[in-house]
Design a protein around this ligand. Structure first.
Ligand SMILES: Cc1cc2nc3c(=O)[nH]c(=O)nc-3n(C[C@H](O)[C@H](O)[C@H](O)COP(=O)(O)OP(=O)(O)OC[C@H]3O[C@@H](n4cnc5c(N)ncnc54)[C@H](O)[C@@H]3O)c2cc1C
Length: 424
């Protein structure tokens, strides 16, 4: 298998994803002097948590890390860059705004993070309805929400982070509906003394609009969102609002890991204590290995970066810190585990695959994702099953689809970088 020489690049270490985990991995590995490529589809490093925009200022920790990345001449940053396909052993086809090319590597660290889990309910496709993290990203990107009434629903600490961002930009957050029970949330909060910065964060984010055992039932409106019907304990309340931001925790981005042949279990890339996957020279760190917050992502990234350049003993020194933050992640995942009632929100007419207009009723009779896909067009649209495949897994227990190349829409000129014998 040969690659067009004019479009080839080789690095010792490739890191996919420049969120906290990927940045930490690059900074830990860089002092050894090996050539490193750090690529991310966003315009700047920072990942989901440290996102730039007209309404956002990234914290000092992120600014410092960006500055340190720039200080290493052996780190090449490929921003606005996506992985299009595998191009043979230890080779990937990449594309950015300017060009497509094949990059080969000796070692790889996957730091692809996580995305929001969106679950279908009546009205969830109305304009004005977004994910909870999605709303936050839109506001940071410049969306004006001043004087708008907003309902935030779903589960996990991201709801409060999103609420704080919306309020800071002038919105009135009329309800934060957390599906977990009061005892689960109180138990989680009571244990936060072990992670003092998280306890302080929880206090600063607290909202009077917060209700537990509360979940969205229906988004109301005809052409756009006008209100939300919510179950709060035994009661049903209807709230008028201009926006609903609804996210049911996060799901790891494992598609590239799966395509490479890494083991994925419980929707997360499986790694050992060195952050190594089952493939030699292939590591994974951060939320693609399970949802756990930025602190866990940072320490996992550092371990992976060190191990990838042979600094195992230094990496071992970080195990205790990882264990501490893994403890936080475990509590988080237990406290905010999904109530099975959320599987019954969709009505027969509710779209599950919104790219291809496939209704819940069209899917419900099938036994697997593949069966459903053969009979409907679910998962064949722009998101390639990233949203509906994840939803179907929660609703029906179906294994989500394996991503097929090209992993995202790509230019013909990019595909032409692959020589004869290579195909996507
Ligand atoms: C929408 C959203 C908003 C969030 N907001 C907050 C918040 O306000 N506060 C908070 O504490 N936590 C927040 N989180 C949780 C946060 O993601 C993590 O705690 C932390 O950022 C995880 O770091 P990470 O490096 O593992 O992954 P991420 O930060 O998710 O970084 C992964 C990066 O990899 C990139 N990437 C993934 N796949 C590819 C690919 N194929 N090609 C190129 N690039 C790729 C992504 O674009 C992303 O930049 C949010 C999560 C989401 C999904």
């Amino acid at each position: 298998m040969t690659v067009n020489a004019t479009t080839n690049e080789h690095v010792d270490l490739l890191i996919i994803g420049a969120g906290p985990a990927g940045m930490a991995a690059a900074l830990a590995a860089a002092p050894r002097g090996l050539s490193i490529a750090l690529l991310d589809d966003n315009p700047l490093p920072g990942g989901q948590i440290w996102r730039d925009g007209p309404n956002a200022q990234v914290p000092k920790q992120a600014q410092d890390m960006r500055g340190r990345l720039q200080g290493f001449s052996n780190i090449r940053l490929h921003s606005g860059c996506k992985v299009v396909a595998l191009a043979g052993a230890k080779r990937l086809l990449l594309e950015d705004a300017e060009r497509g090319w094949v990059l080969s590597y000796d070692s790889l660290i996957l730091c692809t993070g996580a995305r929001e889990r969106l679950l279908p309910f009546p009205g969830w496709t109305l304009p004005g309805v977004t994910g909870a993290g999605g709303l936050q990203a839109l506001i940071k990107g410049g969306l004006q929400v001043k004087d708008e009434r907003i309902v935030i629903a779903g589960t996990g600490p991201l709801l409060l982070a999103s609420s704080a961002t919306a309020q800071k930009h002038g919105a009135e957050v009329v309800r934060v509906a957390e599906q977990a029970s009061l005892s689960a949330v109180a138990g989680f909060a009571a244990g936060l003394w072990r992670w003092p910065n998280k306890a302080i964060q929880a206090i600063t984010l607290a909202s009077a609009a917060y209700r537990t055992s509360a979940h969205v039932l229906t988004a109301l409106g005809t052409d756009r969102l006008e209100g939300v019907r919510i179950q709060v304990g035994d009661k049903i309340e209807e709230l008028a609002c201009e926006r609903l931001a609804c996210g049911f925790s996060l799901v790891p981005n494992v598609e590239i890991a799966q395509a490479l042949g890494c083991t994925v279990r419980d929707q997360a890339v499986v790694v050992d204590e060195w952050q190594a996957t089952r493939l030699p020279d292939h590591f994974a760190a951060g939320e693609c290995t399970g949802f756990g917050g930025s602190e866990l992502a940072l320490v996992e990234g550092r371990i992976a970066g060190l191990v990838a350049v042979g600094e195992r003993e230094t990496a071992r020194g970080l195990w205790a810190e990882r264990l501490r933050w893994q403890g936080f992640a475990d509590r988080l995942n237990t406290a905010f585990s999904l109530n099975p009632a959320l599987k019954t929100l969709a009505a027969p007419e509710t779209l599950v695959c919104r790219c291809e207009d496939v209704r819940y009723a069209d899917l419900a009779g099938h036994g697997s994702w593949t069966g459903a896909k053969l009979a409907t067009r679910c998962g064949m649209g722009a998101c390639q099953g990233r949203i509906c495949g994840t939803a179907a897994q929660t609703l029906f227990g179906w294994e989500p689809p394996l991503l097929r190349p090209p992993f995202s829409p790509a230019r013909i000129s990019t595909l032409a970088c692959l020589d004869e014998g290579e195909s996507v």
